[in-house]
Ligand binder design. Sequence first.
Ligand code: NI
Length: 138
Amino acid sequence: MADLVRTGISLERQLLERFDRVIRKKGYKNRSEAIRDLVRDYAVAEDVEENRTVVGTLTMVYDHHRPNLSERLIQVQHHARGKVLATTHVHLDHRNCLEVVIMKGPSSEMKHLAGQILSFRGVKHGKLVLTTQGRGLT
Ligand code: NI
C-alpha cells in the first residue's frame, strides 16, 4: 500500500461548499479522492507540458465521401512512425465514420499529428485526449 500522508488546507467556506456540491454530483464519496484526482490532473498536465511520453486518443467524425480523405488519414498515421498503436473505425451511416486513434509518444508529436488530422477537409469534429501511462500516480 502507498505511503499515505495527511495534510490540511484552508479555504473559504463558500468555495468549500461549492467544491462539496460539485464532487457530490460527480459521485465522489469524500473530499480526499476528489482532491487526489485534481492532483493527478496537475501531474498529467505537467507531463504534457514537459513533452514527456504520454498515451492518448484522438476521436473524430469524418465524411468518407470526401475525395482522398480516407487515403490521407491512413497515410498520415503510417508516417507517424510507431506513435499510432491502434485504430477503431465505426461506420455511423452511409456517409459518416467515427474513428478513434490510440497513440503513445511525446505529447508534442501527438498534438502535431492530431492537428494535422483535424485540419483535413472532411474531418467534421474531433478531440485529442492525452493522459498518463499510469506510473507515479498510485
Ligand atoms: Ni466508415
